[in-house]
Design a protein around this ligand. Structure first.
Ligand code: HEM
Ligand code: HEM
Length: 215
């Protein structure tokens, strides 16, 4: 077996799934203190993932997510010997990153018009706030469609004999004799970055909702 996912990528994925679930439910239910606190944790997690995309393991690099169309077609046909995300999966990952970024930025400029407003609401024109609210509402639907597609792709790979979930849980993939081993890094520096960013965000923008949540 070959190590393909470092500890941060594995943790990032399942924290992302958990965080998005909490954000979806709290957003829909109007539990805004919880929504804001988890949103700042998500912002810290996402920024950390982008930083890790610059300095992390080879399979975590953002630069490894761009491929030629021929490689995408080959990957869909199942003809792909690379470690880490294949060419088709890479574009799925990029789509997730774009959607999550849109969701986070629009949230920072959104208000429920009653009790709470994102920290950027007072800094941008009112027309942006209105647009951000619409975007925040609509992007969720696209995100859900992308998640359905993502899970369907994982199931299809499983039926074809590739257990990607096991690889994401253990970090280890079956050996590909003709392919060079990926350069791997320990994931702990990323967790340090995450904790520092989360701490900073919770002490600043997050202080009021955090206090309200535990009041
Ligand atoms: C909220 C729902 C989900 C979102 C937003 C999501 C998002 C993502 C993202 C962004 C990645 C790339 C990881 C990275 O490089 O940082 C990824 C990979 C992966 N996800 Fe998910 N995921 C979700 C749910 C699931 C579920 C429920 C499963 C299992 C059934 C799953 C299985 C996987 C697997 C196996 C990979 C690795 C794919 C590969 O080998 O290239 N995901 N997911
Ligand atoms: C990926 C991260 C996020 C997800 C998945 C998410 C999801 C949601 C959902 C599903 C709703 C309900 C939408 C509706 O009923 O129209 C909502 C509302 C809201 N979210 Fe987020 N959100 C995220 C990030 C943020 C951030 C970073 C902030 C601000 C710090 C934020 C602030 C708000 C506000 C103020 C509302 C109420 C909007 C309204 O009542 O029209 N969200 N969010």
């Amino acid at each position: 077996m070959t190590k393909v996912w470092d500890g941060f990528i594995r943790g990032f994925h399942w924290l992302l799934v958990l965080g998005l679930a909490v954000l979806y439910v709290s957003g829909e239910e109007g539990w805004m203190d919880l929504h804001f606190v988890v949103a700042y944790l998500m912002l810290a997690l996402f920024i950390t993932r982008l930083i890790w995309g610059g300095i992390g393991s080879q399979t975590a690099r953002l630069s490894s997510l761009f491929h030629r169309p021929q490689a995408v077609i080959a990957a869909v046909k199942g003809d792909d010997k690379r470690y880490g995300h294949n060419a088709a999966g890479s574009y799925m990952v990029l789509l997730f990153f774009v959607l999550i970024a849109i969701q986070l930025v629009s949230g920072l400029m959104s208000t429920d018009d009653i009790l709470v407003e994102g920290p950027l609401v007072s800094l941008v024109p009112a027309s942006w706030v209105e647009l951000a609210g619409d975007i925040h509402h609509e992007t969720v639907e696209i995100l859900i469609a992308a998640i359905v597609l993502h899970i369907a792709a994982i199931v299809i790979y499983r039926l074809r004999g590739k257990n990607l979930v096991k690889t994401l849980l253990t970090g280890k993939a079956p050996e590909q004799p003709q392919t060079a081993q990926p350069v791997m890094r320990s994931g702990w520096p990323a967790y340090v970055i995450f904790v520092v960013l989360a701490g900073l965000l919770l002490l600043t923008w997050g202080a009021a909702p955090l206090k309200a949540l535990f009041a």
